[in-house]
Design a protein around this ligand. Structure first.
Ligand code: C2E
Ligand code: CA
Ligand code: CA
Ligand code: CA
Length: 279
């Protein structure tokens, strides 16, 4: 009976106030995290299904809170976008990922690109291209070794200028991947308008590949569209042999997921790459 009346205006107030307080709290904590350098990157490989080689390494941000422990991006990226703090976090992520990847390349541990997630707010900044150029120059990473993962909504939000920014980045050799493909307004026409190098089939479709359900139908058409436009296709969230087998049979280029490799710390991935090379 305690839950009764939850939706009445009487109870709406305190709940809203509590949520606002949580948000303010989060903003302050994020500010401390930015100042105290509490962020860390984990890295997850994308594997070529023909050669078995690592083709890309995706950087995924984690927040190592001194008291609360590790906090995943699903719990703070949205707030950081709302407060604008994603600018500082995103710039750090880009710089760290490029520096780390340049180290792996110079050690001869990989022949791959580093994939970095970019949020809408970051991409819309007028100085985004300059930021990328600055990071590449500082890290020494060649532009063609950097791949930016953008969601469809990022591009849809910025029609016009977005196309221009994409063109500028690609002109410099930076690669573009469309993340979570199939969840937005994707279409053939859309992909023709935005020149990209790679599409990533969203995890939600990969999850029901075995059952030959709706996910399989979408995956099939994404692969066909990508083939047609000469764009590489990666399936994300691959967890079972059945899914991997389906993807191989249907001509998917690369796969990423717990079955192949989980996201790892830089030290763990260094070990993993050494082991793979030694084999
Ligand atoms: P995403 O870009 O779609 O990243 C894939 C997510 O799926 C990651 O979660 C990854 O750990 C998880 N994953 C990988 N393989 C599997 C699998 O086989 N099964 C399942 N169930 N999950 C798998 P994570 O690291 O929690 O990141 C969540 C989201 O947060 C990302 O989704 C991305 O949208 C965002 N994100 C992560 N890092 C950054 C960043 O540096 N900047 C921005 N703007 N967003 C980020
Ligand atoms: Ca991603
Ligand atoms: Ca994704
Ligand atoms: Ca996703």
């Amino acid at each position: 009976a305690k839950r009764a009346g939850r939706n009445t205006s009487q109870c709406y107030g305190p709940e809203l106030v509590q949520r606002l307080n949580e948000r303010i709290d989060m903003r302050q904590r994020l500010q401390e995290a930015i100042r105290g350098a509490e962020f860390e990157l984990h890295y997850q490989p994308q594997i070529d299904l023909t050669s078995g080689r690592v083709r890309a390494i995706e950087a995924l941000v984690r927040w190592q809170h001194p008291r609360l422990g590790q906090i995943g991006p699903m719990r703070f990226v949205r707030v950081a976008e709302e407060t604008g703090q994603i600018d500082a976090i995103g710039a750090w992520v880009l710089a760290r990922a490029c520096a780390q990847h340049q180290q792996w390349l110079s050690q001869g541990l990989v022949d791959a690109v580093v994939a970095v997630n970019v949020s809408a707010l970051q991409f819309q900044r007028p100085d985004f291209v300059a930021l990328v150029e600055g990071v590449l120059a500082a890290s020494g990473l060649p532009a063609h070794r950097l791949e930016l993962e953008l969601t469809e909504s990022v591009l849809m939000d910025t029609v016009g200028r977005g196309t221009e920014v994409l063109a500028q980045l690609r002109q410099r050799g930076v690669r573009i991947a469309i993340d979570d493909f199939g969840t937005g307004f994707s279409s053939l026409g859309y992909l023709k308008r935005f020149p990209v190098d790679k599409v990533k089939i969203d995890r939600s479709f990969v999850a029901d590949l075995g059952q030959e359900g709706e996910g399989a139908a979408i995956a099939r058409s994404v692969i066909a569209i990508a083939r047609h436009l000469d764009v590489r296709v990666v399936a994300e969230g691959v967890e079972t042999e059945a899914q991997l087998d389906w993807l191989r049979r249907h001509g998917c280029d690369e796969a990423q997921g717990y079955l192949l490799a989980k996201p790892m710390s830089a030290a763990e991935l260094t070990e993993h790459l050494r082991d793979t090379l030694a084999r």
